[in-house]
Design a protein around this ligand. Sequence first.
Ligand code: CA
Length: 248
Amino acid sequence: MFDTTRSRRWSPWSSNQHLAQTGMSRVLIVEDEPAIAELIAMNLRHAGFDITLAASAEQAQSEVDRILPDLVILDWMLPGQSGLSLAKQWRAHSRTRELPIIMLTARAAETDKISGLDGGVDDYLTKPFSTQELLARIRAVLRRKRPESLDAAVEVDGLRIDPSTRRVTYGGQDVTLSPTEFRLLHFLMVHPERVYTRAQLLDCVWGDHVFIEERTVDVHVKRLREALSKVSCAGLVETVRGVGYRLI
Ligand code: CA
């Protein structure tokens, strides 16, 4: 039921127009009721989010230790440590201080809402809630937290990448990229001229605390160049010998 294997995280994204709205964000769902967890997961996957599930605060912590998600949907009432206590714990650590959290709970009392927000959560949703409302709130929280990584189109030397439409174009021609190559190109285009090591690219593009081989980066750079060569832009991604890569 709770698929917390790494393979799911790396599975290729289906071509989905909703991806653009999420910036292909990773969402950790912390919910001990399997039916609710699966329902939320199914809807978020359909909307293009990359989902990891945890059924307890302990599981959630180990997921966060492994890969910092872009957002956490956190149930208040969990077996053992409560969601609110976990949120406070995350807020007390530098690595997780800015982690966007939307708290879910059956508690509707105003005082609970206030203590939830005081605990540092970014938003609060009372069960039962509509999926549409949850999605809208996720987008709103992500927009507030990471405005640079969401909608803004970037153009370098005529090559244009637009996360809001998930399109890469050059002189009106479309460049087809896999989700990973899209993310890699977007990252490099947002940070032109800077040299990044393979380890830095793994952290920034694949997510931190990820244990995959650095040559994976080379494979994706190679594919990215192949795709860009179709519009004569392969030279934009430069290899800096002995260091890593940069966009020029
Ligand atoms: Ca619960």
